[in-house]
Design a protein around this ligand. Structure first.
Ligand SMILES: Cc1cc2nc3c(=O)[nH]c(=O)nc-3n(C[C@H](O)[C@H](O)[C@H](O)COP(=O)(O)O)c2cc1C
Length: 357
């Protein structure tokens, strides 16, 4: 048991958050992480409202411990021109052909499920609510605050953290450049934020009035201890859990992480239109080479959905989005519960030893 302002407020044993990961976290992962003494988090952004409700109920049946549900804040709508749609489809043509898919040039869909997703969280009286890509509008935010839920927002730069603090969040995630998956940046959404976690945590700690959660590249107790030493009240880890049996990441993705054969991760906009870090593959190389032909989020995400899904069916790692942080080579072949247990022991040891090489 390690006490910080976050463990006290949330009633958890370790200052460890299993990160919400849209498309990868499952009820089983959340249950295992929370039962082991961390904060389990369901990344529900890509889930239909009914699936979110069923997942929440499944989690509650299996554990009485606290857990978080996380959504993407609603995104700007754009009116895309035919020319923009055509330009964005052009580099995807050869990829579709390689996968045996028909060519297409239709406008990508904007799935607007936020209001219904949020309503499920409110109906189910979720006690810890997180948002990525900024916050929803004041009306929705007030509903979450009125529900009494603890509110978590994500910042990749100091100005975003200050904006979240002013808007009344209870905790700010300081997400460093090392982080796997989408950057939570919301002021300059198409530009990757380049600040590493070591520089970001203390700057955000100094700038905001609420406790800070460090995220990005944390893979074991040493990293967690470093985040706490820099002033964070907890560490949030995503990649560390991605290859666990409870993760919904594709088997090909898990295998590459566990083999540790792939060295490089990079920030890309190829798959979704927003900067996100993943294992480098051909799709990134080909699409990132034409940055002006990438549509904004979530249109690029819609445009590449079929490709990613069929690439998954065909076990083609070259066209899958395989999110991973810079600590990818440190992924362990353990279950979610075992990872939390190992992190807890390592963190306790790192905090006790305090000896330096
Ligand atoms: C596959 C994947 C999906 C993610 N999806 C979300 C998400 O839905 N919401 C969110 O707030 N953060 C999301 N993140 C970011 C994590 O919350 C966290 O910032 C990141 O994983 C920390 O870096 P690490 O992967 O190096 O541990 C995602 C990360 C990954 C790897």
């Amino acid at each position: 048991m390690i006490r910080t302002s976050l463990t006290e407020r949330l009633g958890i044993n370790y200052p460890i958050i299993q990160a919400p990961m849209a498309s990868a976290t499952t009820p089983d992962m959340v249950i295992a992480a929370s039962e082991a003494g961390a904060l389990g988090s369901l990344g529900a952004a890509y889930m239909a409202p009914d699936e979110i409700r069923a997942s929440i109920r499944k989690i509650r049946q299996a554990t009485k411990r606290p857990f978080q549900v996380n959504l993407f804040a609603p995104q700007k709508r754009y009116t895309l021109t035919n020319d923009e749609i055509d330009q964005a489809n052009r580099p995807l043509r050869s990829i579709r052909a390689e996968l045996g898919l028909a060519d297409r040039n239709s406008a990508p869909e904007y799935k607007d499920r936020f209001a219904n997703q949020l309503q499920v969280l409110l109906d189910e009286e979720i006690s810890i609510v997180g948002f990525h890509f900024g916050l929803p509008d004041t009306e929705d935010l007030d509903k979450v605050k009125a529900s009494g839920a603890v509110l978590i927002g994500c910042a990749t730069q100091v100005s975003d953290a200050v904006a979240l603090d002013k808007a009344g969040v209870d905790f700010v995630v300081a997400q460093g450049f090392e982080a796997g998956g989408h950057q939570g940046t919301f002021h300059s959404e198409e530009e990757p934020s380049m600040i590493g976690l070591m520089a970001l945590i203390p700057q955000i700690v100094d700038a905001v009035s609420v406790p800070v959660i460090g995220a990005g590249g944390l893979m074991d107790g040493r990293g967690l201890a470093a985040a706490l030493a820099l002033g964070a009240s907890a560490g949030q880890l995503g990649t560390a859990f991605l290859a666990s049996p409870e993760s919904r990441a594709h088997d090909v993705h898990k295998r590459l992480l566990l083999d540790g054969a792939q060295d490089g991760t990079r920030i890309t906009r190829a798959f979704s239109g927003r900067p996100a870090r993943g294992l480098i593959n051909r799709m990134m190389d080909e699409i990132d080479a034409l940055p002006n032909q990438i549509l904004p989020f979530p249109y690029q995400h819609s445009l590449t959905t079929e490709i990613r899904s069929v690439a998954g069916e065909q076990k083609r790692s070259d066209f899958l989005s395989m999110w991973a942080g810079q600590g990818a080579k440190m992924v362990r072949n353990l279950s979610t519960g075992e990872i939390v247990n190992a992190l807890g022991v390592e963190l306790e040891r790192a905090l006790e030893e305090r000896s330096y090489e």
